[in-house]
Design a binder for this molecule. Structure first.
Ligand code: NAD
Ligand code: MLT
Length: 309
């Protein structure tokens, strides 16, 4: 039975599938007809964020039992189309939470202290000490949009370094927010009060473009960090808001279209720090999500319960 893997996952996951007796085929660069051909005899498909699993791809895979997402976000998978075809979709909701939270914290500091910009200048031989004056996070207010697994981990970490916490998440209980020392409020108030705003929602019809020009104006003088999903923040509005000084800076790991277009206006603004969707890219996180996804695929193919379906 063939398990097709179309985005790179850790060897530990591939080994686990092989040990369970499956024929593991990797096709990391396959697109279009090649991808459709590769999936045509697969019983399981494993992806990260690089493969768009749409109805057309599912139609090309008549034997498919499960799509395993080696990570959290399932916005690249058409879940309705999969459900209509009886295909299970399972993600790995826990294995990369710490990595994503640490990356968010790193990006907040990188933006606040201009670390990437200063690094480039020094590598170019320039001692630009007098040009960089940063902002401390200690004593500032953090606005957290989306207080789920990653948002809570960020709240703990940045709360511990002395930030006041306000959060917008209409689906989280007051009790949980209290336990984290975060005050729940509406989005507008969170943005008005925040010096730093970190985004941790999934990309859904409700969150798409949730942070546009009007919302960014409310964060005036602050920093925006998005390591959740592109498409939640309006990229043109963000580039403009940082360029005209409305925001002091921004740090982004995720983009509406990935890979990011080299002509994106975000790349023209010095105070916008970018990384190429690295939030989950630690050895530990990749091993965690690869093995937990492999376990779910093995369970589905053995007709056993799939925990994160
Ligand atoms: P989660 O499901 O645990 O938490 C998401 C939270 O967002 C929930 O508490 C939910 O109530 C809240 N939410 C949903 N809709 C909302 C809305 N309209 N307004 C405000 N809050 C809303 O997810 P998570 O594990 O914390 O992941 C958060 C995000 O980070 C996801 O988008 C995930 O894909 C992304 N992520 C990115 C990376 C990366 O590599 N950059 C790594 C891991 C996770
Ligand atoms: C996720 O949602 O888990 C992230 O996108 C991580 C990834 O797979 O790169």
């Amino acid at each position: 039975m063939k398990v097709l893997v179309t985005d790179p996952i850790a060897d530990a996951g591939l080994d686990r599938l092989r040990e369970a007796g499956f024929d593991v085929v990797t096709a990391y660069d396959a697109e279009g007809d090649r991808l459709h051909e590769a999936v045509s005899d697969a019983v399981a498909l494993i992806v990260r964020s690089g493969t768009e699993v749409d109805a057309e791809l599912l139609d090309a895979a008549p034997d498919l039992v499960i799509v395993g997402r080696a990570g959290i976000g399932v916005d690249n998978i058409d879940i309705d189309a999969a459900t209509d075809r009886g295909v299970i979709v399972a993600n790995a909701p826990e294995g990369n939470v710490r990595a994503a939270a640490e990356h968010t914290v790193a990006m907040a500091f990188a933006a606040a202290r201009s670390i990437p910009q200063a690094h480039v200048r020094l590598k170019d031989g320039e001692w630009a000490k007098s040009e960089f004056l940063g902002t401390e996070l200690n004593g500032k207010t953090l606005g957290i949009v989306g207080l789920g697994r990653v948002g809570q981990e960020v709240a703990k970490k940045l709360g511990n370094i002395g930030m006041d916490l306000v959060a917008y998440d209409p689906y989280i209980s007051e009790t949980r927010a209290d336990q984290l020392g975060a005050e729940l409020s509406d989005l507008e108030t969170v943005l008005d009060r925040a010096d730093f705003c970190t985004v941790h929602t999934p990309l859904t019809p409700e969150t798409a473009n949730m942070l546009g020009e009007e919302q960014l104006q409310r964060l005036e003088g602050g920093y925006l960090v998005n390591c959740a999903r592109g498409g939640i923040v309006d990229e043109e509005a963000l580039a403009a808001a940082v360029a005209d000084g409305t925001l002091k800076g921004a740090a982004l790991d995720v983009f509406a279209d990935e890979p990011l277009d080299p002509d994106s206006p975000l790349l023209d603004v010095d105070e916008v720090v970018v990384t190429p969707h690295l939030g989950a890219s630690t050895e530990a996180a990749q091993e965690n999500v690869a093995t937990s996804t492999a376990d779910q695929v093995v369970a589905a193919l053995n007709e056993e319960p799939v925990i994160n379906a």
